[in-house]
Each structure stands twice: as structure tokens, then as C-alpha cells.
Design a protein around this ligand. Sequence first.
Ligand SMILES: Nc1ncnc2c1ncn2[C@@H]1O[C@H](COP(=O)(O)OP(=O)(O)OP(=O)(O)O)[C@@H](O)[C@H]1O
Ligand SMILES: [Mg+2]
Length: 259
Amino acid sequence: MSVAEDVGAPSSTTDAVVAALDLRKVYDTSGQPVTALDGVHLEVPAGRFVAIMGASGSGKSTLLHVIGGLTPATSGVLRVEGHDLSAMSDRARTIFRRRRLGVVFQEYNLLPTLTARENIALPLLVDGRSLDACAARVDELLERVHLRARADHRPDALSGGEQQRVAIARALLNDPAIILADEPTGNLDSKQSAEIWALLRQIATERGKTILMVTHEAHGAAYADRVIVLKDGRVVGELEPKGSGDAALVATGYQELAG
Ligand SMILES: Nc1ncnc2c1ncn2[C@@H]1O[C@H](COP(=O)(O)OP(=O)(O)OP(=O)(O)O)[C@@H](O)[C@H]1O
Ligand SMILES: [Mg+2]
């Protein structure tokens, strides 16, 4: 069963892997509406690494959640790999998310009783596959995140940066097209953060994955091709470090746009 059979044919032929048009999200949890996204336009072609910056509350996590199909937009158009997520059934959206999107959070979300190897394989184990059946794939991922020597360690015997690399390997397990990362280095020191940013850069450049990463750090955003700056739920501008690592360019540009 292919993804296309399950979720329907793509409704758009645009090259953009993520295409948002006038995206709005209004939360109305306590009868007090909060506009978290206020008309966001965004087009991300395949294989690009895009950083999303903005002050606390500017809508960064909401944007990732909407793109990841975790919460519906209130209005606007969103296409991911040409599929209109809002037109999918809940089941189709869940399948699409599991097969095409990999998600990485600030808090690693590893199971403490499982080894690195088992944590990486977990989505397949949950699907009823045995660890032996996916051993080659897991070994390849351990290699890619430079953790071969730590494969049998549990999370409490790994550094924060190593735990995040396990989480990234797990996100890559299904060979998704898109990786969504919400402040993946929020709990890490500068050396470990730099390792994560370099790894994400490598995954975009060498593996052709499209990466959307929320970060507060100009150093991290400078690894990206493009930086999108959000303010009060709107895109107020973009910077183009083009993977140069030029943190000063990002820091200065960000201050001008968001300040
Ligand atoms: N589930 C929710 N219900 C109601 N309001 C919410 C909900 N989630 C977020 N918000 C509000 O939406 C706005 C945007 O929140 P969001 O979490 O997207 O910001 P953010 O840019 O990720 O901030 P941070 O840098 O602090 O993580 C905020 O005003 C927030 O209070
Ligand atoms: Mg957030």
C-alpha cells in the first residue's frame, strides 16, 4: 500500500514540498481567541533547510504543528508534498504523518528503559516488526548520527546531544521527506548544539531532506539556507545565510526584522 493509495493523489503540482498560503490559526480554548498565525505565506522547495525564528509567542511552534498535521489551520491553504492536509481524513493524515514526516522536539522523547538501538527502531517495533528484521536499517542510522559505539546505551548513559541524535535517527527511520524540529538544541550546550546543526545540515544536503527548524539561536539558524522571521503570527522577513554559518549576518538581520 503506497502513501498515494491511502491519502489520495497530490492536489497540486507545485515544486514546493511545503506550501502555505494565507495560513491562519486562531486558538479558542478558553473563549478568549488567540491569533497564533495571521496570514502566513511560505514555500519551501525539496532539500532546503529552513530556520524559523521569532520572539516567544510569535507562532513558531504553531506553524510547525499545523505543517505537521498535529493541529488544523483555521483558514488558508496548506499543501505538504502537494497534498492538502485539511482535505484528508484523520486516518489518512495520521498515515501521511508517520510515513512522510519526521519530528524532533526539544525534549528528545526517548523511552528510558530502551537502548539507543531500540529507541531508534521503536516506530517499527510498535508496528509489530522485530528488532532483527530492522537491524540493518537501524545500524545504518546509528552510523549516520555517529552513534555506533553507543548503540546499546540507555538514555541515562548518553549525553543530551547523543540523546538528541538518537531522536533524529528515529525521525529518519521511515525515510521521511520532511523533518520538523522544534528547538532541537534548546537543552544543549554550544558544542553539542553545533553538532546537531551540522548533522541537520548534512541530512538536507546529502539526503535531500527538507528541514524546518525552530530556533532562538542565530548560530543555529546560520546553518540553514533561509531564515524566516515571525512576529505576531506573521512572516516579517527572510534572511539568506545559505548555509554559510554567518551568525553575525543572521543576528543583525533578525534584530532589524523582529526588534
Ligand atoms: N493550545 C493552545 N491554546 C491556546 N493558545 C495557544 C495554544 N498554543 C499556543 N497558543 C498561543 O498561541 C501563540 C503562539 O504560540 P506558539 O507556541 O506557537 O509560540 P512560539 O513562537 O513557539 O513561542 P516559544 O518561543 O515560547 O516556544 C501564543 O500566544 C500562545 O499563547
Ligand atoms: Mg515554541
